[in-house]
Design a protein around this ligand. Structure first.
Ligand SMILES: C[S@@+](CC[C@H](N)C(=O)[O-])C[C@H]1O[C@@H](n2cnc3c(N)ncnc32)[C@H](O)[C@@H]1O
Length: 315
């Protein structure tokens, strides 16, 4: 995948011109000229979203005044910063919308390029630990996709169950990874905690950069399960020899840290399910602690808990 990613979404020489539909125009005014390529069989993203909107209009969920934007967020199966709209092959797009039904989602799955349909009305995960966690609903198909995370230390594929994990994709690449790269250049940091790790992106970049011990922690069980998937998926790149699962998590929202994963090899990677505020009595202080919260969440107590570490950085 890494060796073909550059051309994965490019138009082939026989593809028709990009339809470039107006995303805010009402359905009734949208031109019907776009087609799949007769040679490579792939479809422009606009065509797939237009066919999805057709289904929603058929089911009465949207009307002739609604636009392509009303369908929801299109997530390509492998997120990759692209300077052009993608051409999509079979089962390569997950649609995240806020007003869908199971019947309409099943019909959307008849569109060859659609891999999954998710109903979501907010950010999945734990935004505020006092209110518990939130998930979207996978209405049809499969919700697993990956983002390609490119760093100067190497590239990783970070997989996520997108109905349970927030969307973390930027057209400009990954600004958070740039922050971590700059920190690591000013290191060395031998022991790192990624305290709000989500599916593991930032901590795994630290492991790629050569940190001897990396502790990944998240309060949300689906995030931690995705970290385990990402250890497997990036096993060779990370130089992992063995992965163990020492302890079992018992709740969706963690509290006292539970060591759900331990990978050994070039680095020691520990994966905890728990509240960052309780982590350090178990793992001890480290050189660097990263906290990457959702925008607007209160991290004062977590920051206090990390003061034992040499350096604490809020991303
Ligand atoms: C913005 S996301 C992290 C994204 C991640 N760094 C990435 O690059 O994909 C914030 C994460 O913090 C987690 N979180 C929120 N409160 C927490 C707490 N008290 N302890 C540990 N994790 C927490 C959430 O479950 C969520 O996965």
């Amino acid at each position: 995948l890494l060796s073909t990613i550059d051309s994965l979404y490019m138009a082939c020489p026989s593809c028709l011109a990009e339809p470039n539909l107006d995303k805010a125009a009402p359905w009734r005014d949208l031109p019907r000229t776009a087609n799949r390529c007769q040679y490579c069989k792939r479809a422009p993203l606009d065509l797939v979203m237009l066919e999805a909107l057709d289904v929603l209009v058929d089911y009465g969920i949207r009307d002739a005044g609604d636009s392509l934007r009303s369908v929801g967020t299109p997530l390509v199966e492998i997120g990759y910063p692209m300077a052009y709209p993608p051409r999509l092959g079979p089962k390569s797009l997950i649609v995240v919308g806020d007003r869908l039904t199971r019947e309409a989602a099943a019909e959307m799955m008849e569109i060859a390029e659609i891999k999954g349909v998710i109903q979501s009305t907010g950010i999945p995960g734990v935004v505020d630990h006092t209110r518990g966690g939130r998930e979207g609903v996978l209405l049809a198909g499969c919700d697993v996709r990956a983002d390609l995370v490119q760093s100067v230390f190497g590239d990783l594929l970070i997989y996520k169950n997108q109905s349970r994990i927030h969307i973390e994709f930027s057209r400009q690449g990954s600004p958070k990874v740039r922050i971590v790269e700059n920190l690591l250049f000013r290191g060395p940091f031998r022991e790192v905690v990624d305290g709000y790790c989500g599916p593991g992106t930032l901590g795994l970049v630290c492991a790629l950069a050569g940190a001897r011990r990396v502790v990944l922690n998240d309060i949300w069980l689906p995030a931690v399960e995705n970290v385990m998937m990402n250890l497997e998926a990036n096993r060779d790149l990370l130089g992992i020899r063995e992965i163990e699962r020492p302890e079992r998590a018992t709740s969706m929202v963690g509290d006292s840290p539970v060591l759900v994963g331990l990978a050994s090899g070039r680095s020691q990677i520990e994966v905890y399910h728990g509240d960052l505020r309780r982590l350090f009595s178990r793992v001890g202080p480290t050189d660097l602690c990263l906290i990457d919260p959702f925008p607007g969440s209160d991290t004062r107590e977590a920051e206090l808990a990390c003061q034992c570490c040499h350096k604490v950085v809020i991303i």
